[in-house]
Design a protein around this ligand. Sequence first.
Ligand code: PLP
Length: 458
Amino acid sequence: MNMNDNTRIDTQAIQAIDGAHYLHPFTDNQALGKKGARVMVKGEGIYVWDSEGHKILDGMSGLWCVNVGYGRKELADAAYKQLLEMPYYNSFFQTTNIPAAQLAKLLTEVTPPQFNHVFFSGSGSEGNDTVVRMVRRYWDLLEQPQRKVIISRHNAYHGSTMCGASLGGMSGMHAQGDLPIPNITHIEQPYWYENGRDMDPDAFGIKAAGWLEAKILEVGPEKVAAFIGEPVQGAGGVIIPPKTYWPEIQRICDKYGILLVSDEVICGFGRLGEWWGCEKFGYKPDLMTFAKGVTSGYVPLGGVMVGDRVANVLLEKGGEFNHGYTYSGHPVACAVAIENIDIIRREHLVEKVREETGPYLKEKFEALADHPLVGIAETCGLVAGLVLVKDKKTLEAFDSALEVGMVCRGHMFGNGMIMRAVGDRMIIAPPLVITRAQIDEMVALIRLCLDKTYEDLK
Ligand code: PLP
């Protein structure tokens, strides 16, 4: 690959039109317009290149999605072939297309046994909107229309549509646009480091799950429709729950008969070393949202796996479900997803994360806890997070106004590494194809940037 070609790109010209016309998501566009966005032009394996020729190790897999790595010709070929054959047809009005039907079957093969049906969307946010529609429809059909309340968690991320942002627990999102919408409520997240350090983690896991039961009793069990959670909270800062948490959540949902929804948009397709986060943590959801890793982000696709408990009611009692998207079951997206799942299977990526790269990352990343800036460093499969602290002994946090996480993130970018900052929690989710040698390279870059951040603070 000849990266020199990129030197011919007129970065400033792209930045000028971008700044003048493109409103970026989750961005202060006025500030960006003045500074100019970094222009990404090429990807190969776990690396991306910007228009100035800088090679950057993408520790975030784009936005937690490029699981099989950049530059996979097989995926481009699958899209090209389908684009020529049948680029689009909808699944409304009693029609289907070949890749959508084949992908539906394939998904039931790689998901837990209760899943025999799928509803396709174009993204994770849309998938979670479908969840809300489906949960309500389910309880209406069972003649319990009063069951409307969905319980989620603070600091959860479930997308950016009205339903997605409401299910999510991001205060910054709720503050813009009168969210959450009615009948969505939140409990505290199972963040041991912040909320339970004085306790044994397993005891804290039980305590944190107990907040769900307390909320159910507060709302009234007869009004609660469902609980939704990410196996590991991703955008909230890679919050890894104690192993006791999810089985206890399952027990509470079962006790009150409420639906359990697993948002697997990040954790699905092998990221935690199992196909699904619910398998890693040992619970059995009724509905499961997916997106991102289903196509490794090459084309947009999402959806909801519908467990037999819900599917049987919808099918037997429901008649027509008045819900769907133009791009539900998009043939090109589905063709790419089929090839992507085939890559995951033939390259044994799930097993590789479970047996090789996950444990190796754990060993190397958790060793960063010896750094004077680091309070805790933890991993789960191929996600990881570390907390920057002012005082390593007392774990005292920095003044948030210092934005130490952003300083560290700046050093990362400047030194060829993408690591995300959530406050002072630094997180990664590298592509599942990363090798041991590349993990060494990545952890060395992180240590270098921790040193630079430490120097800045002296
Ligand atoms: N759910 C989770 C857990 C996510 O992390 C995301 C996106 O990051 C979404 C839902 C929303 O997905 P999308 O951005 O495809 O709408």
